[in-house]
Design a protein around this ligand. Structure first.
Ligand SMILES: O=C(/C=C/c1ccc(O)c(O)c1)N[C@@H](Cc1ccc(O)cc1)C(=O)NCCCOc1c(-c2ccc(O)c(O)c2)oc2cc(O)cc(O)c2c1=O
Length: 474
């Protein structure tokens, strides 16, 4: 569950709300060449359609069945995307919403034609099928109104309804079998792993029991024999309750939301970068930590909340992502967003429900309301850097509060200047020679002497970053 199954590449991109045809094209025209490990896609399972809320992004986190029919496309398009991406060595990771189904008190028809009804005591999802007996019994939930309202009590968090969402009973073999059926179908198609949505609200032993029934990944999709799903679990642990990330180490990686706050502070005050990982409230073990600068939820001020840096502050954001990809902690994911004015609004659309195409402009940027942070120069270059230095640790760390620099073993060297410029003689850990700064396409370079030192000069307000590799990063 700990191997991303992408041949040693180090960075995932979340193409949030992209449709399958656009993702397939992006794998072929950009992601493969840029060295991305793979793509986290939005939930592909059948979900409610909330016209009355103007089709918000979070409707896809209200499942109706495990049919591969969603706002991003139908089953054929999903399969085509997975195969085309696998063919160019870019993996697909599915956002799996298996803690719950829809909220209570609703009924309707979903986009794949499945009906649902949770009015009164009904819990009818004929598309699976699920019915009332498959949901956590009320008496197991110790809260007054049946919803999660006490994060100090693990039974409250796991056995009650998160914001009224109907909570599946993961202890039932029937429920486990339905989820296993969904996951094994994804595996058979060629999906490389899953994000377990709202894992914090699921019992770790239920997750473990379900994952133990998964088949190996198919060799005909380029996975070595015996490969297993890569699993990363959404657990928002900010030392604010009884649920800890450690509880989920046996079933995969865990999202480390404290990193989002720390990197934001560190970019605001470079001095804090020095012991980013260690100080304060602790963080997941590096070989279990799934990290990111921001995500779909906290870039909207929801969920993992707190002050995070997003694409809306491009200069700081490039520094935050650059540092995240340069340092050696955790497994990294880059967010790729769409512009929004309202935190509930869904992706760009041609009016109503359909998702608009992603426009690729002549200069490689995106149009049509898509931000495409993953195509920005700094992101592209730092993906190359992170791939090139994998396996090395941070050494020769230097930080004067305005600028920071460190080497990655003897394979790479990274520096960044908050105000846009620096000039320091520093130990690079590299063999003697001349090294191109990949960030500005070798407009600047460093000359490393026999003793490993070099004059490190940066003079670039927008992208005040230097990244060099022994033998080139590409
Ligand atoms: O804002 C949202 C949706 C947010 C959301 C969706 C998916 C996620 O993975 C996520 O992390 C957040 N949903 C809106 C609207 C809504 C939807 C359903 C519902 O029953 C009630 C309201 C909202 O205002 N939600 C309340 C605040 C966000 O509360 C939610 C959280 C959440 C919030 C804070 C936490 O610390 C945390 O651990 C989890 O997780 C979800 C997971 C889901 O799978 C589906 C959800 O509806 C939600 C979800 O409502």
């Amino acid at each position: 569950f700990y191997d991303p199954n992408c041949n040693g590449k180090q960075v995932m991109v979340h193409l949030f709300e992209w449709k399958w045809t656009d993702i397939a094209a992006e794998c072929e025209r950009y992601l493969a060449g840029a060295g991305y490990c793979g793509v986290q896609v939005s939930p592909p399972m059948e979900h409610v359609i909330l016209a009355e809320n103007n089709y918000p992004w979070w409707q896809r986190y209200q499942p109706v069945s495990y049919k591969l029919y969603s706002r991003s496309g139908n089953e054929d398009e999903f399969i085509d995307m997975v195969h085309r991406c696998n063919s160019v060595g870019v993996r697909i990771y599915v956002d799996a919403v298996v803690n719950h189904m829809t909220p209570t008190g609703v009924s309707g028809v979903a986009d794949g034609g499945s009906t649902y009804n949770t009015n009164g005591h009904a819990r009818d999802f004929p598309g699976v099928p699920y019915s009332a007996e498959h949901f956590t019994p009320r008496h197991k939930c110790p809260s007054g109104d049946g919803t999660v309202d006490d994060y100090s009590n693990p039974s409250n968090v796991r056995n009650c309804y998160l914001y009224g969402l109907t909570d599946l009973n993961g202890k039932l073999d029937y429920v486990r079998e339905k989820v296993v059926g969904y996951f094994n179908q994804l595996i058979q198609i060629g999906v490389a792993g899953i994000r377990i949505d709202a894992a914090k609200y699921m019992w770790p032993e239920d997750i473990s029991a379900t994952l133990s029934r998964l088949t190996d990944l198919p060799t005909d999709q380029g996975f070595p024999a015996g490969s297993k799903f890569y699993v990363f679990q959404e657990v928002i642990d900010q030392n604010d309750g009884a649920i800890k990330v450690d509880e989920y180490y046996n079933t995969g990686y865990v999202t480390e939301f404290r990193y989002c706050s720390k990197i934001a502070w560190g970019i605001k005050d470079y001095g804090q970068l020095s012991n980013l990982i260690d100080y304060g409230w602790g963080m997941a073990r590096s070989d279990r930590a799934f990290i990111f600068t921001d995500n779909h939820d906290n870039q909207r001020g929801h969920g993992g909340g707190g002050n995070v840096i997003t694409h809306e502050s491009p200069r700081d954001y490039k520094q935050a992502v650059a540092y995240t990809l340069a340092q050696d902690y955790g497994f990294t994911r880059i967010m790729s967003s769409y512009y929004f004015t309202n935190t509930d609004q869904g992706p760009p659309s041609n009016g109503g429900y359909s998702t608009a195409d992603v426009i690729i402009n002549g200069d490689g940027s995106c149009g049509g309301g898509w931000v495409c942070e993953h195509r920005w120069n700094v992101m592209k270059k730092m993906v190359e850097f992170r791939n090139a230095v994998v396996g090395t640790s941070m050494e020769n760390y230097w930080n004067n509060g305005n600028a920071v620099a460190f080497s990655r073993g003897n394979k790479g060297f990274f520096a960044m200047a908050k105000q846009g410029s620096m000039s320091e003689s520093l130990q690079t850990g590299l063999p003697a020679g001349s090294y191109c700064n990949i960030i500005d396409d070798c407009a600047s370079s460093i000359q490393v002497g026999a003793d490993g030192t070099a004059q490190i000069s940066i003079n670039n307000y927008e992208e005040p970053i230097l990244a060099v590799c022994a033998g080139g990063c590409g």
